[in-house]
Design a protein around this ligand. Structure first.
Ligand code: ZN
Length: 257
């Protein structure tokens, strides 16, 4: 069963504040409107957290976050916890809870909330329709919606028109993968094992290679990540590795033209 709680809570906020577009507000304003104490400070091991006190809640965001888009997504995620999980004891949020992989339904719901708040479905669909998929498009999405490339990639995977796979790895090992709805290819059985030797992700783990913007769509072959039968081994695919150096993680966006 699909869990729509996050999306519903975000739509409710749009209605309550009479907002019609993601460009109508700053997410900090919504935090203030809820009378939540907000602070930015150095958080050594996390991007953000929310703590519920007796009468007020406090959101802390890591002041070291460089990207404005990532900071905004993190604030929206914490606000989602406030809207849906008030009073619950929640873990600190790291890039591992701020992605879309399974970390319990509360993290999923907070990410869905942040996604719908910052990249509402109707606005997102009209922005991406008629644009070819590329790493540049993900950057344009992140700039337009003022959010992170990672969250743009997950949003695109959910509702974008071009089918994709996302492979999330940490310390060389594949943690999880996700595919666009109705796009099925057989992924190599390497969960918890090293990413493929000929993947762009491995180029980072083995040689710290990070490609420039212009070169971020690297050509690979279907058999890099997927099981293939002889005749289609060499079908060209592309991989865009989104690297988070500090956490030694790579989100590989993989697609076929
Ligand atoms: Zn969280």
């Amino acid at each position: 069963m699909i869990n729509y709680k996050g999306k519903v809570a975000a739509r409710r906020l749009y209605e309550e504040f009479g907002l019609s577009s993601s460009h109508d507000f700053e997410v900090e304003d919504l935090v203030h409107a809820r009378d939540i104490i907000y602070e930015e400070k150095a958080l050594p091991h996390s991007d953000g957290r929310i703590v519920f006190g007796k009468s007020k809640a406090m959101i802390s965001i890591n002041s070291e976050i460089q990207s404005a888009g990532r900071k905004r997504f993190t604030i929206a995620h914490e606000l989602g916890h406030y809207e849906m999980h008030r009073g619950c004891k929640l873990p600190e949020d790291t890039p591992l809870t701020l992605d879309y992989f399974k970390h319990g339904s509360q993290e999923y719901e907070a990410n869905e909330f942040a996604t719908e708040l910052l990249m509402p479905e109707h606005e997102f669909r009209s922005f991406v329709q008629d644009r070819a998929f590329s790493p540049d498009l993900l950057r344009e999405i992140a700039a337009y919606f003022n959010t992170s490339i990672t969250s743009s990639a997950f949003r695109y995977l959910q509702i974008g028109p071009h089918p994709l796979f996302l492979f999330y790895s940490r310390n060389r090992n594949l943690v999880y993968w996700k595919n666009s709805p109705n796009y099925y290819l057989t992924v190599k059985d390497i969960i918890r094992l090293p990413v493929p030797d000929d993947s762009v992700a491995m180029e980072f783990y083995a040689h710290q290679t990070i490609y420039s913007k212009e070169e971020s769509a690297q050509e690979i072959v279907k058999s890099t990540w997927f099981e293939t039968r002889g005749y289609d081994d060499n079908a060209p695919f592309y991989e865009y590795a989104i690297v988070t150096k500090n956490y030694n993680t790579v989100l590989s966006v993989v697609w076929e033209d």
